[in-house]
Design a protein around this ligand. Sequence first.
Ligand SMILES: Cc1ncc(COP(=O)(O)O)c(C=O)c1O
Length: 401
Amino acid sequence: MSWTLPLAERVRNLKPSPTLAVDTKAKTLKAQGVDIINLSAGEPDFDTPEHIKEAAIKAIRDGFTKYTPVGGIPELKEAIAAKIEQDYKLTYRSEQIMVSTGGKQVLYNVAQAILDPGDEVIIPVPYWVSYPAMVELAGGKVRFLPSDPDKNFALDLMALGSMLTSGTKAIILNSPSNPTGAVYSRDDLKTVADLAVEHNFVVITDDIYDQIRFGNEGPENIASVAPEAQDHVVVVNGVSKTYAMTGWRIGYLAGPKAVVKAATKIQSQSTSNPNSIAQKATLAALTGPQDGVLKMKQAFFERKNYIMERLRAIPGISCVEPKGAFYVFPDLSSYYGKEASGQKINDSLDMADYLLEKAQIAGVPGVAFGDNRFMRFSYATDLSIIQEGMDRLSAALSNLK
Ligand SMILES: Cc1ncc(COP(=O)(O)O)c(C=O)c1O
């Protein structure tokens, strides 16, 4: 008789990351020879700059291939502190920094470090797919804070104020946002900072897209806008998006010493240090020439303009203009209830399936980000691919009756 190994309660309700699932499906179809336009990936299409790769090769040649301190090598922590000082005018000492295996692991460790069962965490919707799962894995309780596309997905401060309870432990902010590309205003960040100080909750600011902002102003987060609240702020960042280093898996945390110590303790009992070679590569990324970053940003800006122009020309679509990151998040819900060749579209999952099967375009259904009206398309890909994707999208939608 076969035996079914019993799995933990915590994993039974856990869904795999939907963005990674769509990307895997698209890549599998592509490998089978299907002509897929993949607009699902959350990674720059550019290659990691050469001087960063060279630093990694040198690290290998130098034998820098052993365990490092759990929270990262001292010179990298210093470089991170210097980068934050330069970009945000915020000072962090070395013991306030931790290096991890991607921003994702930083967020996971922070959730484990600060949440007790039942602690409430406020997550603005639309949200990055992994926030709710990470909170729940740590035993926390998610409280969703809806936002309105007609107000450019701004934080609803009235609603936020009324959601706060004695159990509120944290809020997670992501600006520029994945999936909307929205950037929070300074005034709104200042108000959240005041609330955090008054009600004693933590603000986790996920700054992973901070270098990909299309306005003239530089990177900004809640602590740089309201330095008096710095003790309440946990900064999460990494090199994946800025330096086209998704595969290297380096992220970092800057925050109160106690949080960093706790998160590092968790790291010491789980993954240990992040990859030694990738740490050297990251050091080169942060301290070396930044012209590659500017070039990539300029390319994302041009692609954003192009994809917005194309989306605006498709009847029934509305889309908030992104101010950063590399995604568009159009509302396709006016096509719900319609059908083509017997296939009826009821929600974003149906829409994603329809587009993948009938038009070979891979995008991520909005439900993965907490709002079924939308789909997310990434423009971190070549303009010619975006062009073909928009041609196909337009044709596929016009077939729906
Ligand atoms: C909003 C957001 N935060 C964090 C991450 C984590 O990135 P990484 O683990 O590659 O540093 C991602 C990646 O998709 C993201 O979009």
